[in-house]
Design a protein around this ligand. Sequence first.
Ligand code: FAD
Length: 339
Amino acid sequence: MIKMEAFKILHRDEKREDAEAYESQEGSQKMVDMEDLIIIGSGPAGLSAAIYAARNDLKPLVLGGSTPGGQLLLTTTIDNYPGFPEGIYGSELIEKMRKQAERFGARFENDDVSEIDIASRPFKIKTASKEYAAKAIIIATGATTRWLGLESERRFIGRGVSSCATCDAAFFRDKDVIVVGGGDTAMEDSVYLTKFARSVTIVHRRGEFRATKIMQDRALSNPKIRVIYNTVVDEILGDEKVAGVKLKNVKTNEIAELPVQGVFVAIGTVPNSGFVKEKLELDEQGYIVTSNEVNTAIDGIFVAGDVADKRYQQAITAAASGAKAAIDAGRFLQNEKHG
Ligand SMILES: Cc1cc2nc3c(=O)[nH]c(=O)nc-3n(C[C@H](O)[C@H](O)[C@H](O)COP(=O)(O)OP(=O)(O)OC[C@H]3O[C@@H](n4cnc5c(N)ncnc54)[C@H](O)[C@@H]3O)c2cc1C
């Protein structure tokens, strides 16, 4: 790790050509841009933070990741984001948010952050190609669905395959669906789906559930729910949309086909917090622990969206916390300026 004394920090207002590359202690040429605020992540949380921060004249730099836009790009119609009575495509919603942030001066680079150094000020951020220094950081890197890993699954995400029952259950009115998993989320998703679906089949690879008893009881007592144990999804079938699944019994290797229109994968989510491990407090599942909604133990480091929220995980809740983080970051920078 390059030591801070070795950094030549270029303030945003300085002309880049005036900047000299410097020889770091390790002997490599490094130039570092000094930013007031860097936002890491460009899903609804990062973009909402960018809109609020840019409108507050903080000229944020968004390091949007190598898959900019986040999880909403994995789905088609978003029906529950306020302001769009007819629904809106996830990709269109993200594009509009980004344009709105750019209108007020937010800047974007589509790089993944590999490392941050928050032990001293200014904070340092590393991507594969560059290093940055920032007075404040908002971390909005989201959480990634743990998918089954089938090629056919990838093909049908947004076309009958989902990992979000709260988001997509209403699209499966009077349809037959399966839920894959055996934990609390699988039970909760199954019960929720019964409000819309004609039938819900829980497919679980083991002979018993890992879910708490109360959640199991709630699911198993629902007349619309049945369970297939010791079974995995071998393939998802269909042309344009999901039409069925090929199931494999892991004890007998027997294959069976089940006609369904929806596949809900409920085997967990992984928060994208690896690069702050041992730097910020994480809970047992890797979610960043916050206080006062979007604050961390380190002044100037804020967190927004799904990377700190295993409870709600919705675009609107992520966007809301992005706004909160940007407001708090603005106050923090203002206080720093005036001592
Ligand atoms: C299939 C599916 C359907 C959904 N449907 C709906 C819906 O209908 N309505 C709804 O409200 N919600 C829906 N959701 C949930 C919603 O997408 C999430 O709650 C929301 O996107 C979370 O926003 P976020 O900004 O916190 O994280 P994300 O959207 O996950 O964005 C994270 C961002 O961080 C970036 N990133 C990650 N790691 C790094 C790194 N190391 N460096 C730099 N950048 C990084 C990523 O590239 C991405 O830009 C759905 C989710 C899924 C998976």
